[in-house]
Structure formats: structure tokens, C-alpha cells
Design a protein around this ligand. Structure first.
Ligand code: C5P
Length: 412
């Protein structure tokens, strides 16, 4: 989900730095907006470094550069459009008042008006300010409007007083975010099958052929689908990753085992995402005892493994089938070819030689090629977010295909 995190002027502003990290770990992309007062407490650089994105500060100034231009003048609208959730932590009494009244004199308050996304506010202020009838009335209006308020905790405040006013614990804020995310269960009717990780093809009792797949991308798809309400079956080769919450994992070792497991689960699936780096070949013979060292060269004969994706997609019915293409050259050309040859609906292609992409890193740089030719190149992003985009694309393609008017055959 694309979360815009508003940071306003309070001592608790530093706590939001950690919040950025936690939100990212849960698969969200975070755009930070800081008010002028917030910048007195923490520098935008801290948030820029953590979020990996430019921090938005003022209206009309184009952020740090100070260059006013048309782009910066309408940026609040652009940010509003790409915000799935507006979270403000800490939210000062001033921010609550502005939001409640509909004032729009800085970027954050303008964004609040321009956005239709759900809003979560985590107020933090002096106890008297919190208890003041003006603040309480503002909170009342905001709640009435559906704004989610994460109540401040009680305790020792930076002003020296004790009472309610401390920014709520991070877990409380994350809980409120999760509740909203969960409400957006757009995959609740789906059963998503995911293959992940490498396969291991045994040569003898101690040796095998495998590859560098960590399983991270496939596990991210499984996790994202489960969070969006899908029933998820993850068929995984050997990895060291933990099973995501709510996901049913079936462990396999070889490509043949993976194929058998997929064949058993595919009929119940509505979306199948083949992320596994399946070994294309396996040793033709499995030695039952350890192969002994001998003088001279050793030749190992390999035979091809089944192409699981292509095998299943042949009779896919109305299931959506997503494949991956890890390429080292001619990415687009190879991806389009795979779409057709494997009868897939989407191919997620990446150049595994690019930095920040491919095996065993937490980020990826992919282009999603689609059966309806709407290619979607994505910038470098966390695998958790790539996973969300793949699922978004699968849903988009499904509704595009369904709403396509039936084509008339000659003679009709
Ligand atoms: O042809 P290539 O191996 O590049 O295709 C990659 C895609 O096909 C991935 O989605 C991968 O999971 C799938 N695949 C498969 N079985 C194989 C080889 C690839 O399911 N034996």
C-alpha cells in the first residue's frame, strides 16, 4: 500500500523514523510529508534516507530546492492520488484543528483535503492541550468524519507534566494501519497458488544441483496475497524463510515433486504465480551411494525437467497465470516470447544482473508484461511492494479481460 506519513512538529517526531521502517517491512511504500515545525525537530534528510524518497515539505517551493513551478504547485493533488492511506504521527493540536476546520495553508493540510484515502491520526501534545475543549471538539468532528484516532498514551511528557498526550505506542499505530489494510481485502474470493525458491536435483546422497534463488520474491507474493484476504498455498523448494502468516506451505525438493504438488493444488486455484527458480535439468541417474573421486574427468548426464508453468498453463481455464523471467539480456524480447510460449497472462521480467535486482536481495527492478500488451515498468522497489503490484496487475487484467466486448466471428 502507498502510505503518506505526515510528520508534524512535536518532540515525538523522531519516533516516526522507526515507523517508516516498520511500515516498509510490512510491504508499504512510504512518502513522508513534513510540516515546517516538524523540521525543527528532525531533518528531512533522516526521513529521505529511511524512506528512499524525497521528503515533501512546503507547498509551492518544490521541497528543498525552493524552485516554485507548476509541478510543485499541483504536487499535493498528485500525492493525494497515489495515497492509499494518510497517516499523521505525531499529529499536533494545530494539525487536528486544521484538519477539523478544513484549513489548507501547508502541504499536509492541503493533501488532507485533496485526498479520499482513509486517514489515521496519532496525536501527541501537552496534556492540557489534549484535554482542552477545542482539541476535544476537533477530535469529535474528525471521528465523525471517519478519521481513525490512535489515542495518545499516558505518562511523563516532554513538557514535564504527566498525563495523556504521549504519542501512542508504535504497535498501536501499526495496528490501526493494519486494520485499514485488512479492510481492503480485495483478494478475499481468491485462492492463490505460489511456487517459490529453488529446486534441488540430487546427484547422490550428499550432492545436488541447485541455483541462487532465495525464495524471497515468492514468499513476498504469498504474504501479500494472504494480507489481501486470499487463501494462499505456497509450494516451496528449500529456503531458510519463515512461512508468512495465514499461508499454507507445502515443502518440496525437486522439480518433479514441485510439479506433483502443483498438479494437486492447481484445480482449486484462481490465480497461480510461478516464482520458483525451477532447475531446468536434473541428473539422469541418481547414485544411491556417494560418487567416489576418480582420476580424470567426471561426466554427469542431465535430463530436462518438466516446465511446471507451461504444463499447467496449457489447460488453465479461466485461472490467471503469472510467470517470472529472470534474464541477463534482451529482457523485453524474452519476456514477450515467454508470455506466448507458456500461455501465461503476465510475465514479471527482471534483469538479474542489475544492481538491486534478482536473487537474494530485498529489492527488485521489474517490468510486468501483460497478455493485453500493457507493459508496466517499475522502478527499484522492495520485493514486498513488487508483490503488491503483481497482484494489482492480475486483478486489473482479469477485469479488463472480463469487460472486453465479445468479438464477433466472421459470419456472425
Ligand atoms: O523459461 P524460464 O525458466 O525462464 O521461465 C521462468 C518461469 O517459468 C518462471 O515463472 C518459473 O517459475 C517457471 N518455470 C517452471 N518450471 C520450469 C522452469 C520454469 O515453472 N521447469
Amino acid at each position: 500500500m502507498r502510505i503518506t506519513l505526515g510528520v508534524t512538529g512535536g518532540v515525538a517526531a523522531y519516533k516516526s523514523a522507526e515507523l517508516v521502517r516498520r511500515l516498509q517491512t510490512e510491504g508499504h511504500t512510504v512518502q513522508v510529508v513534513m510540516t515546517r515545525a516538524a523540521r525543527e525537530f528532525v531533518t528531512p534528510l533522516t526521513f529521505a534516507a529511511l524512506s528512499g524518497q524525497k521528503v515533501i515539505t512546503d507547498l509551492f517551493t518544490g521541497g528543498e530546492s525552493g524552485d516554485a513551478n507548476l509541478e510543485s504547485a499541483i504536487e499535493h493533488v498528485a500525492v493525494a492520488q497515489r495515497t492509499d492511506l494518510l497517516l499523521v504521527a505525531p499529529a499536533t493540536a494545530d494539525t487536528l484543528a486544521k484538519f477539523a476546520r478544513g484549513l489548507a495553508d501547508d502541504f499536509l493540510s492541503t493533501l488532507y483535503l485533496a485526498s479520499t484515502a482513509p486517514v489515521v491520526l496519532a496525536p501527541a501534545m501537552n496534556v492540557n492541550m489534549w484535554q482542552h475543549p477545542a482539541t476535544q471538539e476537533n477530535l469529535f468532528s474528525l471521528r465523525k468524519r471517519g478519521v481513525r484516532i490512535v489515542e495518545p498514551g499516558e505518562g511523563y511528557l516532554a513538557c514535564g507534566m504527566t498525563g495523556p498526550g504521549r504519542l501512542a505506542a508504535q504497535e498501536e499505530i501499526l495496528k490501526a494501519v493494519r486494520e485499514i489494510v485488512e479492510a481492503q481485502q480485495d483478494l478475499a474470493a481468491e485462492t492463490v497458488l505460489v511456487t517459490a525458491g529453488p529446486t534441488c536435483e540430487d546427484l547422490d546422497p550428499v550432492r545436488f544441483i541447485t541455483n541462487r534463488s532465495s525464495g524471497k520474491m515468492g514468499y513476498a507474493v504469498a504474504e501479500a496475497a494472504a494480507r489481501r484476504g486470499a487463501k494462499v498455498i505456497l509450494i516451496a523448494g528449500p529456503t531458510s524463510l519463515e512461512t508468512p502468516v495465514g499461508v499454507e506451505r507445502i515443502d518440496v525438493r525437486t522439480a518433479e515433486e514441485m510439479l506433483r504438488a502443483v498438479q494437486a493444488q492447481f484445480p482449486a486455484a484462481t490465480i497461480a504465480v510461478f516464482v520458483a527458480a525451477v532447475s531446468d535439468y536434473r541428473p539422469a541417474e541418481l547414485a544411491l551411494t556417494k560418487i567416489k573421486r576418480k582420476d580424470g574427468a567426471l561426466t554427469i548426464r542431465l535430463e530436462p525437467n518438466p516446465d511446471i508453468l507451461a504444463t499447467m498453463a496449457r489447460d488453465k481455464g479461466d485461472r490467471l497465470v503469472v510467470g517470472f523471467a529472470a534474464e541477463t539480456d534482451h529482457v523485453a524480447e524474452n519476456a514477450r516470447k515467454k508470455l506466448a510460449e507458456k500461455n501465461a497472462d503476465l510475465i514479471v521480467a527482471n534483469d538479474v544482473t542489475a544492481e538491486g535486482a534478482g536473487f537474494d536481495v530485498d529489492t527488485n527492478i521489474v517490468t510486468i508484461f501483460s497478455r493485453d500488451a500493457r507493459d508496466l515498468p517499475l522502478p527499484r522497489m522492495r520485493k514486498a511492494e513488487v508483490a503488491q503490484r503483481i497482484l494489482d496487475e492480475a486483478l486489473r487484467l482479469r477485469s479488463a479481460l472480463r469487460s472486453k466486448p465479445a468479438t464477433h466471428r466472421a459470419g456472425d
